[in-house]
Design a binder for this molecule. Structure first.
Ligand code: NAD
Ligand code: DAU
Length: 344
């Protein structure tokens, strides 16, 4: 058996994709998924992985020190990749506390366990949102690894703190830490609170598509498997103490994205509804991935025009998965979040 890799948040959108990639392409590794299954995790997501003898799942909260230590005691991982997080900006604006607890204190629990039990690598999955935003009228500007941290939302602030804490454990205690910071991901299994799956779900049901503000904010979209391959490249070729930006130079405004989805689904643009803007809404994200490309030999392989087709068809074919996510609590969330954003 090769490495034992502990993946936190492996029942979520990106963490699950990463587990799938490892089970497929590193068949001698043991994959240990630690996830407490918040609202963002649909248990059906990991149904196939649970059948794999190289995969084990612990329903454990990363804030639970005793629980995490017990997993380390039993599994003795060589590598930890921390995906577990509260990940939705809008929720962080409504309720910042849980973001600080999970994203900062949960990361600290993991870092302490790595120190206690010893580790070959701790990788922190970070976000480009830690760099704040770029103006819409300066397409020449990009986020580099040394761009100052300047966060806008409670979410991005908690993620920045987690990155810095991980790097501090490297500097202070010599823990072998790496950090990656990625742009917006899209693909199968993304919870339908995020732009792309929310719009696919609403359009499928002929419901209005709530576009914040004028829909001109720009995001830099990367297919989820490309992100996961980037993280694997950091684990295998990256240098400890370093930060790597991952992104695909695929900038699109939100309104462009929504129109592409409508076209793909054959639905009318009359479904688009402009609603009140997000508070503190970041204008533009744009990653410069040249360090990861040069040092790791990593590059995205899925073009957006192909990735978005794959994504739309996955949601069309997996209505049961989507229904599981959108029944029950999701309706309260949706009414609370969107009820107050009256049409503009
Ligand atoms: P997600 O919300 O889909 O999944 C998060 C997972 O973490 C869920 O399975 C949830 O149950 C689990 N989790 C949450 N709190 C936990 C806790 N206290 N203990 C154990 N498990 C817990 O998120 P995602 O989109 O897959 O993002 C994964 C990571 O990647 C996050 O750290 C996020 O900040 C980062 N990231 C996301 C994007 C993106 O576009 N989605 C881009 C860059 C970075
Ligand atoms: O950049 C990486 C980040 O991307 C990750 O760190 C976050 O975890 C992830 O959620 C994502 O953050 P965003 O805030 O960019 O993603 P979201 O899908 O929430 O929104 C994308 C854009 O679409 C943003 O400009 C807000 C807008 N939007 C979003 C929703 C949910 C709408 O116009 N309407 C909506 O209903």
């Amino acid at each position: 058996m090769g490495k034992t890799i502990l993946v936190t948040g492996g029942a979520g959108f990106i963490g699950n994709c990463f587990c799938k990639l490892l089970l497929k392409e590193r068949p001698d590794w043991k994959v240990v998924n630690v996830d407490c299954l918040t609202y963002a995790a649909n248990p059906a997501t990991i149904k196939e992985e649970l059948k794999n003898p190289n995969y084990v799942f612990y329903k454990t909260d990363i804030r639970d020190r005793n629980g995490i230590n017990a997993v380390f005691e039993k599994e003795r991982p060589d590598t930890v990749v921390n995906f577990a997080a509260e990940s939705h900006v809008d929720r962080s604006i409504e309720n910042p506390g849980i973001f600080l607890e999970t994203n900062i204190l949960g990361t600290q629990v993991l870092l302490d366990a790595c120190r206690k039990y010893g580790i070959g690598r701790f990788h922190q999955v970070g976000t480009d949102e830690v760099y704040g935003d770029l103006p819409l009228d300066r397409p020449d500007l990009f986020f580099h690894e040394d761009t100052p941290i300047k966060t806008s939302s409670p979410y991005s602030t908690s993620k920045a703190a987690a990155d810095l804490l991980a790097l501090a454990y490297h500097r202070t205690y010599g823990l072998p830490v790496t950090v990656s910071r990625c742009s917006n991901n899209y693909g199968p299994y993304q919870f339908p609170e995020k732009l792309i799956p929310l719009m696919i779900n609403n359009a499928t049901h002929d419901k209005p598509l709530p576009v914040y503000g004028k829909g001109l904010n720009v995001r830099d979209w990367l297919y989820v498997e490309d992100h996961c391959r980037g993280i694997l490249a950091v684990l295998e070729k990256g240098r400890v103490g370093e930060v790597y930006n991952l992104g695909g130079h695929n900038e699109k405004s939100n309104i462009e994205i929504v129109k592409i989805i409508l076209k793909e689904l054959g639905k009318p643009e009359s479904l688009i509804t402009f609603v009140a803007d997000r508070k503190g809404h970041d204008q533009r994200y744009a990653i410069d991935p040249s360090k990861a490309m040069a040092d790791l030999g990593w590059a995205p392989t899925t073009m957006f025009r192909d990735g978005i087709k794959l994504t739309v068809s996955w949601y069309r074919e997996n209505t049961r998965w989507l229904d599981d996510c959108t029944s029950g609590e999701y309706r309260n969330y949706y009414d609370k979040m969107y009820g107050k954003r009256s049409d503009k």
